[in-house]
Design a protein around this ligand. Sequence first.
Ligand SMILES: [Zn+2]
Length: 240
Amino acid sequence: MSQTARQARPPLWSPPLLGALPGVKAAATNRAWGDLAGADAQAAANRERLRAALGLGGLAWAHQVHGTEILAVEDGGQGPLGEADGLATARPGLGLLIKQADCQAVVLAAPERGVIANLHVGWRGNAAGMPGKGVAFLRERYGVEPGELHAAVSPGLGACCGQFVNWREELPESFLAFKQGEDRFDLEAATRAQLITAGLAPERIETSGVCTVCDRDYYSYRRDHGTERFGTVIALARRS
Ligand SMILES: [Zn+2]
């Protein structure tokens, strides 16, 4: 393989358990894949390179607004949708992309049912209960029971860097359970607890343990205050 060809496929992070489920693909990019959020030609080329690398027929993403709206995407994708912070599908070969710079992507999969989702969960998403809303959406829209789901939390803001000076105003009182020291919060632990409350089996939830502020392989809004975003994708394998 030439040097150029090798550089064309930088490494991807994949959740060891969920990523190994039959019929499911899940991966997070890093800054070597470039910005996935922009409306410019470079970001479009980066998204296309990701789609091709994962062998997907299409990629769907939304205009993320730190809300709790979730969309079921059942067409071919390949383009931006409206405002939403969660995407779900039963369509094989369609990648659901969440763009991030410290926020978590929470991927959900029920491989036996052929249903997946990807949720954008920043601290506002945690505070609004987005993980549980995603689980409820899959039950209502697709009839998937929480006990059928596997979940993985992508690289994101770690407790090491999760300082919230205004936590009394910004975070619900229940988040005291995830508080460390003066004003740091473990949002990965919050997501895990929210998924367990929603009915997922603890052994089916995995977290990356990777802090995007500490690890310079990732874009970090807290560290760099930039507009670039890496991304997490989940897809159902195409039926052959
Ligand atoms: Zn950190």
